[in-house]
Design a protein around this ligand. Sequence first.
Ligand code: 1GP
Length: 221
Amino acid sequence: MTRQAKHIFKLDPAKEIDDSTLKKIVNSGTDLILVSGTDNVTEKNVYGLLSRIREFDVAAALEISHPDAAVPGFDHYFVPTVINTEDVNFTHGMLVEALMEYHDFIDYESISLLPYIIMNQECKAFKHANCHAVCDEEFIAMIHMLDKLYKMDYIYIEYSGAFGDRELVKEAYEAAEHARIVYGGGIVSKETAKEMDGVSDIMVVGNIIYDDAERALETII
Ligand code: 1GP
């Protein structure tokens, strides 16, 4: 289901969204609603958002930032892993800990690992996950590693809050033979969506939903 997706709206359970905006976003024709956030994600606000999304006919996935906020009822689950972190906890440390506790309850068929290369040094996640800046050569090596050695289904190139380096994203897109290239960051209009459309498999749109929902709708091209 999600491997075929082209466009994803990312909703943060800790942010307010009114009913009419939510209705427009979920009925927009997007392929997937991804519920995901960094701060203040709780079982209560994830469940609250899921029940509102479930009033409409759209696929919904949860990115599990903390096992305590893993809520049943989504169509799919993503577990993030950060590739350019300096801290092993963000690659697999927290994940191993979670599996020690929850392995018996997990339906592995409905979970995908989502490896992130976080490129925007100013974004919250870069600092939160103790990332290091990646040069172009290292970036492409990471793409080959994730695609050909780890054989990941997805590689998430994260520029959250900023529009990325299109040429570099294009190199990744051309280098990946198996993984779907997921691009996120600074898609705020039809023009920016069109620019990244030809160089990525899946486009993720976040902040603009909260800043200007009408423009967010234009990103579906
Ligand atoms: C954030 O990649 C997503 O995790 C989307 O980025 O908020 O900049 O659209 P924006």
